[in-house]
Structure formats: structure tokens, C-alpha cells
Design a protein around this ligand. Structure first.
Ligand SMILES: [Zn+2]
Ligand SMILES: [Zn+2]
Length: 276
């Protein structure tokens, strides 16, 4: 496979999150030029209580965000453009909050979910999920639990970067395998695909005892996922307009080599069926 751009990419950010560049119009233009057929916008979910700001838009910006996506839909009628968000699941809010606020009230087409922060709990604020390097297994435990809770909401089209924490893991051990295996088992049991995320390939490489590697995707995780025959989705996780297709060939080669069961089309079909 030497295809340069994906046919479908549901993981796209924009400058509203304040750590990406480019407007929705810029991403749509790049995607159209690259030949992408289905483009989904999934910027970081904002909360009314400002949790996790400042790495996302304000809650009050959501109508403008949606309007911009709708403008892009009008501009490129030959490309299917979907309206979504990448949610951080906060168990204290419950799944019904996400369904009501984002899917029902705003009429978004879909949500993807990705754990980035350990949830706040009594006596402790939330923290970046892999804030200690090398990451202790009890912190990975929190990430895995939150990832599974995110899938259990039943609201997400797929789980983004299930191996995000590999950025802080220096080696793959039986302890890592056992914990990450729980994400894989939940993905199979709940029928929620896992995302092979291209953004990790564009991030600074990390030093490990075995040499430098991209922070993620993490090879041993994906070998285990392929062995278990999970459903997978390639996500570009674009934070710059030109990244709607960059690294696609590389990540697709990974998927093909591992024999991953890619299911982007099925994910889109389910999104569209839910809308009816
Ligand atoms: Zn981001
Ligand atoms: Zn993410």
C-alpha cells in the first residue's frame, strides 16, 4: 500500500483548541486536495466548568465551531464532512452528560474518546495521564481504567490513541502487557475499535534502553492487538492542516504488516445509522 492519504479520517483538530494551527476551512481545503472522501472534525471537548482548559476551546465556542464545520460542508459537497468531538471522559459527569450536552443538544454526528488526564478525585486535581517518566504501573492502571470507562459509555465511535502513555514507558514488561491487554479485551467485548494514531510518529522520539522510538503507536501493544484481532481505525490526529494526510503511508504500512483489521468504513456506517 503506498496510498498517500486516507479515504476516511475522523480525527482532526483546529486552532480553537489553542495547541493546533489552522482553521476548519484550512483543514477541509487540505483534506479535499489530498483526496480524502470522509473527513471528521473531533476537536478536544470543552467543559462548562473550564476543566482541562487551556488546551481546548471554551464551551461557549461550540456553536461557532459547529457553524464553521457546516460552512465547510457547503463548500465541499463532494466530501462527507462530519461534526464531532474528542471527549475526555470524566466519570463524575456520567455518560448521560456527554450524550445530552454534545450529541443531543448540539446535534453532533459522533464522539471519539481518548484518555489524556487522570480524573480529579478527592484531594487531588486531574493531571496529565503520563506525567511521570518512566511511568509507574499504578499510573498506567489509572489510564487503563479510564480508557475502559470511556468505552463503557457506549458513546464513542472508537478509542483514540489507546497507547498514548507509551510516551512515558521506557520498556515493555509483563506488567505493561497485562494492563494494556485489558484495553484490548474491553475493545473486543464492547465492540469499540482502537485507533492507530499517526500523530505519535510526528512527535519527538523518546529514548529507551533499546534506542529511540516514536512515542506511539507502540509496537508491542499493536502486535498484541493484532494477535487478538481487534478492530482498528487509522486516525491522523491532525493538529496542522497539512497533517490531515501526513504519515498515512507509514501508519498504513504498519497496519498492513501487522494484519490489523481496519474498519473505518464500518465506523462511518454506524455513525450515519445512528443519525437516522
Ligand atoms: Zn490536541
Ligand atoms: Zn487525543
Amino acid at each position: 500500500m503506498d496510498q498517500k492519504a486516507p479515504e476516511i479520517n475522523l480525527h482532526t483538530h483546529c486552532c480553537r483548541c489553542r495547541h493546533a494551527t489552522g482553521t476548519i476551512a484550512d483543514y477541509a481545503a487540505c483534506a479535499h486536495q489530498a483526496g480524502i472522501k470522509i473527513l471528521g472534525f473531533s476537536d478536544h471537548v470543552p467543559f462548562p466548568d473550564f476543566e482541562h482548559n487551556p488546551d481546548r476551546m471554551f464551551f461557549s465556542e461550540l456553536p461557532d465551531y459547529i457553524k464553521e464545520i457546516e460552512d465547510a460542508q457547503k463548500r465541499y459537497p463532494d466530501m462527507l464532512i462530519l461534526k464531532g468531538l474528542e471527549i475526555d471522559y470524566r466519570p463524575i459527569l456520567g455518560a448521560s452528560f456527554y450524550k445530552e450536552e454534545y450529541l443531543d443538544k448540539l446535534g453532533l454526528d459522533y464522539l471519539i474518546g481518548g484518555a489524556h488526564y487522570t480524573p480529579a478525585r478527592e484531594g487531588r486535581t486531574s493531571r496529565w495521564c503520563s506525567y511521570i517518566t518512566p511511568m509507574p504501573l499504578d499510573l498506567l492502571r489509572e489510564f487503563v481504567d479510564l480508557s475502559i470507562q470511556t468505552m463503557e459509555t457506549g458513546l464513542i465511535a472508537y478509542l483514540a490513541h489507546p497507547d498514548l502513555t507509551a510516551v512515558s514507558c521506557d520498556r515493555w514488561t509483563p506488567g505493561h502487557a497485562a494492563l494494556y491487554r485489558e484495553i484490548i479485551d474491553a475493545s473486543l467485548a464492547l465492540d469499540i475499535p482502537l485507533e492507530l494514531n499517526a500523530y505519535g510518529l510526528r512527535k519527538p522520539y523518546v529514548d529507551t534502553p533499546e534506542g529511540k522510538r516514536a512515542p506511539y503507536p507502540w509496537r508491542p501493544f499493536w502486535e498484541m492487538a493484532a494477535e487478538a484481532n481487534v478492530k482498528a481505525v487509522i486516525g491522523m490526529d491532525a493538529h496542522r492542516p497539512e497533517d490531515v494526510s501526513s504519515n498515512y503511508a507509514e501508519v498504513r504500512a504498519w497496519a498492513d504488516e501487522l494484519g490489523l483489521r481496519l474498519c473505518e468504513k464500518e465506523v462511518v456506517q454506524k455513525i450515519l445509522a445512528r443519525k437516522k
